[in-house]
Design a protein around this ligand. Structure first.
Ligand code: ZN
Length: 146
């Protein structure tokens, strides 16, 4: 079943993380500090270590994480914050690339963790929606529920 929400973007929070900050922890901490429980997150920057996984739809389970170290550019980090069991939870996806001997190595997926080199982010808190996740039997994922 679809779940559609309507709310207002209350404000825009933007900033940069510092070298050696951890993702997603640092962004989660900022959400908590600013009282953001529902909203969208966007970022670009660079990381020196990254771990991603993908959801295996038929198995209804996440793959083993893929980890990489190097000079990874975050071309796009997109995600959101909502509540799981009344706690702030970040869902982040990432496209990152490294140039190795003239060839581009790309890593994509559901972000598990990363070590920041530099990162600029935007946080868009949405008021009046109260996004909450709960288990969706059809997908096996914790999805937004009305
Ligand atoms: Zn995901």
């Amino acid at each position: 079943m679809r779940a559609i929400f309507e709310g207002k973007v209350k404000k825009l929070i933007t900033g940069r993380l510092e070298r050696d900050d951890k993702l997603p922890d640092a962004l989660l901490e900022i959400c908590k500090q600013h009282g953001v429980k529902s909203g969208w997150i966007f970022a670009i920057g660079a990381v020196s270590r990254i771990s991603v996984m993908t959801y295996e739809q038929r198995k209804k389970a996440y793959s083993e994480p893929i980890e990489a170290e190097g000079d990874y550019e975050i071309l796009s980090l997109t995600g959101n914050v909502s509540l799981v069991d009344d706690k702030e939870f970040l869902h982040l996806h990432v496209v990152a690339a490294e140039l190795v001997e003239g060839k581009t190595e790309v890593i994509v997926g559901h972000l598990v963790s990363a070590k920041v080199f530099a990162l600029e982010f935007v946080l868009l808190p949405i008021g009046d929606v109260g996004l909450k996740r709960a288990l969706d039997e059809q997908t096996g994922l914790k999805l937004w529920q009305k």
